[in-house]
Design a protein around this ligand. Structure first.
Ligand SMILES: [Zn+2]
Length: 148
């Protein structure tokens, strides 16, 4: 039985290693079937997704005063397994969603690298949380902007 990998959901050594899953510190990158079903943990397919939650940095308004924008926090689910990849993909989504001109940010020349401050640009967004998988959201449009 020692050839099996541990499940991070239940800590049992119950997962057959695979070509794409050699295990890290004895743990599989996947959850076991019981955990997926009983605990609602992400299935192997869902684990190819990451969900980012981000809030807005302060911006300078027309008078140069530092203000908090009244834009809602954003939630973005992308098919990616690393946070760096997820941020790259989310940047493209944000650019497509908001475009170059956003009144609440007092900006009309926004580029895709500006959202998360890639390539040493000043970021508009601050990453608050990253979830593995594509969690079921309480999609309350009063609280969040969900970007697909
Ligand atoms: Zn398990």
């Amino acid at each position: 039985m020692s050839g099996l990998l541990k499940c991070a959901g239940c800590n049992y050594r119950c997962i057959e290693p695979g070509d794409d899953d050699k295990g890290e510190d004895g743990y599989s990158s996947r959850y076991c079937g019981d955990c997926i079903v009983d605990k609602g943990l992400p299935s192997p397919e869902e684990q190819n997704f990451l969900t980012l939650v981000a809030g807005w940095e302060t911006v300078a308004d027309d008078e140069g005063s530092t203000i908090s924008t009244d834009l809602l926090p954003v939630v973005i689910t992308v098919e990616a397994t690393t946070v760096a990849d997820a941020i790259e993909m989310a940047s493209d989504r944000l650019q497509a969603h908001f475009g170059t001109s956003v009144e609440q940010l007092y900006a009309d020349d926004i580029e895709r690298d500006d959202w998360f401050g890639l390539n040493e640009r000043d970021a508009y967004l601050r990453l608050c949380a990253v979830f593995k998988g594509a969690p079921r959201l309480v999609n309350d449009e009063q609280l969040f902007t969900v970007i697909r």
